[in-house]
Ligand binder design. Structure first.
Ligand code: G3P
Length: 218
C-alpha cells in the first residue's frame, strides 16, 4: 500500500520524505489553511511538490462546475505532481470527467458510500478517498466501506485507486492494508506511531547495555 502523508506542514513533509517513508501527499483546505501562515497557498504547494517525488493532492474550494474547472486547471498547471481534488458532488464528478479528458489526475474526496465510489470510478477518478475515521465517528464501520469499494472495483475492473483517508491510528493503517487499499493517507502523528514499538526500544536498550558492559568496540 502506498503511504501518503495527510498534511501541508512542510517540516513534517521534509522529514518523512528524506527518510523515504512516503509516496505522496494529500492536503485539504483545512490542512492548507493551517500551514500557509504568511505565505500563499501556491508557495506552500510548490514547496511540497519540490520536496516529494509523488502525487500531491490539492483541493478546489469552488462548489460550482465552472469554478472547480478554473481552480483545478490553475492548480494542475503549478506542477506535474499536482492531483486535483474535488468533492463527491454532481458538479465534482462533472469536473472529474472534464479534467480526466484533459489529462489531469483527480482525487475524488469526501466519499462516504460504496455507490458514490462506483460513480466516481465511472467518472474516471484517479483516486477515490473514503473517509474511514469520520464514518467511525458517527457509529459506522469506516473500514467496511474501504472493503466494499475494493470488491466493487475488482468485480468491474475499475482502475481508480482506493485511497483510504481519515486514518486516525496504526490499526486503521493495518486494516486498510489487509482489505487491499491501494493507498492510505495518514497524519504525521500516525506515521510516527507506525515506527514505534515498545519492545524495539526495550530490546535496543538491552543490546546497548550489554555491549557497553563488555567494553567492546566496532
Ligand atoms: O484525508 C482526509 C483527512 O484529512 C480527513 O481526516 O481526521 O480530519 O477526518 P480527519
Amino acid at each position: 500500500m502506498k503511504i501518503f502523508l495527510d498534511t501541508a506542514d512542510t517540516e513534517e513533509i521534509r522529514r518523512a520524505a528524506s527518510a523515504g517513508l512516503i509516496d505522496g501527499i494529500t492536503t485539504n483546505p483545512s490542512l492548507l489553511a493551517t500551514a500557509v501562515a504568511n505565505r500563499s497557498s501556491t508557495e506552500v504547494l510548490l514547496e511540497i511538490c519540490r520536496t516529494v517525488d509523488g502525487p500531491v493532492s490539492a483541493e478546489v474550494v469552488a462548489t460550482d462546475l465552472d469554478g472547480m474547472l478554473t481552480e483545478g486547471r490553475r492548480l494542475a498547471a503549478l506542477h506535474d505532481n499536482i492531483v486535483v481534488k474535488v468533492p463527491l458532488t454532481e458538479d465534482g464528478l462533472r469536473a472529474c470527467r472534464t479534467f480526466r479528458a484533459e489529462g489531469i489526475r483527480v482525487n475524488v474526496t469526501l466519499c462516504f458510500s460504496a455507490v458514490q465510489a462506483a460513480l466516481a470510478a465511472k467518472a474516471g477518478a484517479t483516486y477515490i478517498s473514503p473517509f474511514v475515521g469520520r464514518l467511525d465517528d458517527v457509529g459506522h464501520d469506516g473500514m467496511e466501506l474501504v472493503a466494499e469499494i475494493r470488491e466493487i472495483y475488482d468485480i468491474y475492473g475499475f482502475d481508480t485507486e482506493v485511497l483510504a483517508a481519515s486514518l486516525r491510528h496504526p490499526q486503521h493503517v493495518l486494516q486498510a492494508m489487509l482489505v487491499g487499499a491501494d493507498c492510505g493517507t495518514l497524519p504525521p502523528k500516525v506515521l510516527h506511531q507506525l515506527l514505534k514499538h515498545p519492545l524495539t526500544d526495550k530490546g535496543l536498550d538491552a543490546f546497548l547495555a550489554d555491549w557497553k558492559a563488555s567494553g567492546g568496540e566496532i
